[in-house]
Design a binder for this molecule. Structure first.
Ligand code: FES
Length: 117
């Protein structure tokens, strides 16, 4: 079972809306969108730029490298049909907790992946 790691204070995130934190030695980018906190692996799956240096635009995290736009909740990048690793987040009081391991996402649109159960 995954551990939850306390990674940030909500008030610090509220000031900046985004920040890089350490989750078991892995850089993770936190984003505050409205009242919700999302966590994506900070290192972009494209060319390793830091997503915490990107911006939020139209509900997406825009990578500063080549402007891929990731859904902050799932890490999905619609134009590339790929996922940035995403993490479960929990807020208790003013402490932000992130699951120590990323979610396992289904590969997007894998042809011929159906099976007979
Ligand atoms: S490095 Fe993120 S889009 Fe290229």
């Amino acid at each position: 079972m995954d551990e939850w790691l306390a990674v940030a204070d909500l008030s610090a995130l509220a000031r900046r809306k985004k920040m890089q934190v350490d989750v078991g030695g892995v850089p993770v980018a936190l984003f505050l969108v409205g009242q919700k906190v999302f966590a994506l692996a900070d290192t972009c799956i494209h060319k390793q730029r830091s997503l915490s240096r990107g911006v939020m635009l139209n509900g997406c995290v825009v990578c500063p490298g080549h402007q891929w736009e990731f859904d902050p909740a799932t890490g999905y990048e619609a134009t590339q049909d790929r996922y940035q690793p995403s993490y479960e987040v929990r807020v208790e009081g003013t402490t932000v907790y992130v699951a120590e391991r990323p979610r396992v996402m289904e590969p997007a649109a894998t042809p011929g992946s159906g099976g007979a159960g």
